[in-house]
Design a protein around this ligand. Structure first.
Ligand code: HEM
Length: 426
């Protein structure tokens, strides 16, 4: 194998396959060799340059003109004719939202739509998150065991996401199916025989988003970020376009819920794998907020993101021509020992934990980061207070194979209900 610039490709670079279990189980460990020896490499299986070090990735995020985000939601695996025809039959036209919008269009739109993300605005959502977290724990607290993903962590962030967007609570299972299909479509490698089913789900998701939007347009005075956008469109139709609204209606549901569900599942897995740390946060909830950051650093829910090179540029010693596609593995950057002392150590008192790149960095940095942080914090507060004696059950963790959205599909935990604090000290 050769790089597009004619250099030989090392064996490990040739073998790199982010759809394999090795990457899924532990992306930073899978890429340790690259961080240490070949910080940027060409992946012939992917057709992307893979970037693994903190400094390089931060510099890429910092310059969104040389490194365009336009490919962020593009299909990483081109699909066959049949699947493409299915998508077309639904009128599928997912295009620019915010995350994949170039300047000069991006910044005015981001500024115009920012207000619902301010700390003041987010405070209104806190009681709902708390209430839902309590209700869902009530449902299984006497059982002695639960799959936290299926029984809580999927549905609560989805409900919060819909509430934030102002979307009526529709059939949750269908939305979960749609979201996974979108993940596989954008970041996965579906086999030819799976591609058609994925295309149907994504097409239906697109049409569902359009219908919700049409209904909102009939009365845009109500709550939620999407109606806020519809109202802004009246004053600034060139900034908030119809295509933006339809694309965001679909992508926003995924951005707001899947990331947060996965982040909490990853955090709970990591904490329960470190029982001493778990005990510490149960005894001192004041430790939770920095623990949230350390969990996002050590085991975040977005493992990698993408950029497109718009002019010839050097990255990590490699000269990349315009048109090069980059997979920037933020989860690897988060384990870079040049940035984080003893980077693999899980340390909830780490003072620079929040320097992680799980929310991206710079002008596109995640707008929902503080909503996500609030949700994870509240889930951890409720779990540590009500189920401090829970432990991980014996299990093998599985992941939806894809480069970017990462969290265990199930998380089985168990405890002795007779020891529940609420029974012992009612
Ligand atoms: C952008 C991750 C939760 C809305 C992003 C980006 C990442 C990310 C990696 C791209 C950043 C960049 O290019 O620099 C995450 C993670 C989350 C999370 C890990 C949970 C733990 C949320 C939530 C919402 C949200 C809850 C909405 C309520 C957005 C939006 C953007 C974005 C609107 C686009 C910002 C822009 O391009 O200007 N997120 N996200 N995210 N996220 Fe999140």
């Amino acid at each position: 194998h050769q790089t597009p610039t004619g250099c030989p490709v090392s064996q490990r670079a040739a073998d790199f396959d982010p759809f394999e279990d090795g990457y899924q189980q532990d992306p930073p460990e899978y890429l340790r060799w690259a961080r240490e020896q070949e910080p940027i490499f060409w992946s012939p299986k992917l057709g992307y340059w893979v970037v693994t070090r903190y400094e390089d990735i931060k510099a890429i995020f910092r310059d969104n003109i040389t490194f365009s985000p336009s490919i962020a939601l593009e299909k990483i695996t081109p699909t066959g004719e049949e699947a493409n025809a299915v998508l077309a039959s639904y009128g599928f036209a997912l295009n620019r939202t915010l995350v994949n919008e170039d300047e000069p269009a991006h910044m005015p739109r981001r500024r115009l739509l920012m207000e619902p993300f301010t700390p003041e605005a987010l405070r209104h959502h806190e009681p709902l998150v708390r209430k839902l977290a309590r209700e869902y724990v009530d449902r299984f607290i006497d059982d002695g065991h639960a799959d936290l993903v299926d029984q809580m962590l999927w549905e609560v962030p989805l409900t919060v996401a819909l509430h934030f967007l102002g979307v009526p609570e529709e059939d949750m299972d269908t939305l979960r199916k749609y979201s996974i299909a979108h993940t596989v479509n954008a970041w996965g490698r579906p086999k030819p025989e799976e591609q058609v089913a994925v295309a149907h789900a994504v097409g239906n998701f697109w049409q569902f988003a359009g219908q919700v939007l049409d209904k909102m347009r009939q009365d845009p005075s109500g709550p939620g970020w999407m109606r806020y956008g519809i109202r802004k469109q009246v004053e600034h139709p060139e900034v908030v376009t119809d295509s933006y609204l339809h694309s965001m209606m679909m992508a926003g549901i995924v951005a707001a819920h899947e990331t947060t569900a996965n982040a909490t599942a990853n955090a709970m897995k990591l904490l329960l794998q470190h029982p001493d740390t778990w005990r510490e946060i149960c005894e001192d909830p004041g430790l939770i907020s920095n623990a949230v950051e350390e969990c996002l650093r050590h085991n975040g829910s977005v493992a990698a993101w993408r950029r497109l090179v718009t002019k010839e540029v050097e990255v990590g010693g490699a000269l990349l021509p315009a048109g090069s596609k980059l997979l920037i593995v933020t989860s690897s950057a988060n384990h870079d020992s040049q940035q984080f002392a003893d980077a693999d150590l899980f340390d909830i008192r780490r003072d620079n934990a929040s320097d992680h790149l799980t929310f991206g960095y710079g002008s596109h940095q995640c707008m929902g980061k503080n909503l996500a942080r609030m949700e994870i914090q509240i889930f951890l507060e409720e779990f540590t207070r009500r189920l401090p004696h829970m432990r991980l059950a014996e299990q093998r963790f599985s992941y939806v194979p894809n480069t970017s959205f990462r969290g265990p599909e199930h998380l089985w935990v168990e405890w002795d209900p007779a020891q529940n604090p609420e029974r012992r000290h009612p």
